[in-house]
Write a protein that binds this ligand. Sequence first.
Ligand SMILES: [Mn+2]
Length: 310
Amino acid sequence: MSEQKPAFVHQPFQGIATFGHQPYCPDPAEADVMILGVPFDGTVSGRSGTRLGPRAIRDQSLCLWGYNNALQVAPFEQLRVVDGGDVEVIPPDVVRTHNNVQTAAERVLDAGCMLITLGGEHSISLPLLRAHAAKHGPLAMIQFDAHPDLWDEEYPGLKFSHGTPFRRALEEGLIDPTAFVQIGIRGPTGGPQDYEDVRQSGALMFTADEIDKRGIDGILRGARQRIGDRPVYVTFDIDVADPAYAPGTGTPEVGGFTSRELLRLVRGLRGLNFTGFDLVEVSPAYDSSGITALLGANLVFEFLSLLAVR
Ligand SMILES: [Mn+2]
């Protein structure tokens, strides 16, 4: 018999709060996957505070460990995962902050390392998409979100904010509109035009209500059909979850998904040709018992598992 491994003692609250207790390492050449934080909330229109998101997610990630029984993989054993720290942000300057995010992301991708980014607000997906599209070409994208984030302008004359990233991404040719899927959209909008804009963008939109009509498997079937084997970026706004499961976010909308539904939706993406992930809009000041950040940390564990099972 081979020598038995020593019993693993899981001590969540010992040591420095890197993501999932993985080593801090700013060099992507040393890793398969890097976790980066972007503590930026300079453009939010509702409740601010997502700059504290990466830290809260890291805190809650300390309990993550071991084997993912649903996907049958141990991501931290299968992959060299490192925490690369945070991107430098300039709170009042969205353009310079976006440039820093893009530069940091390109550095990771150029080294052949996968990137999972913790926000921060949703505007940061734009520079992340720029970096990923520079490597892979126009991307398929799955957006988990209560809001389409496709506005032209949220504030008159300002093109970059957390309600506009995917309009800009479409204009810049970063997303292939024929392989763009939104899941979980709901809540009041400015008028019927907002949903009409989504349809005209080419996106396949699954509103939150469609889980009752199509079920989780129906949504997954539709999404997978749209995406095929194209390189796909996944952006996950925590407000896709119901506020009962994720109160700690800037723009909560009632009638959202449960944690269990979200885990099934994410796990159901198994086998897609992933290029990168982000998880945004966790705002700890409105959280209760850290449950929003805990859900965020667990979703990142699922993203890692999806990368590990490929
Ligand atoms: Mn969003």
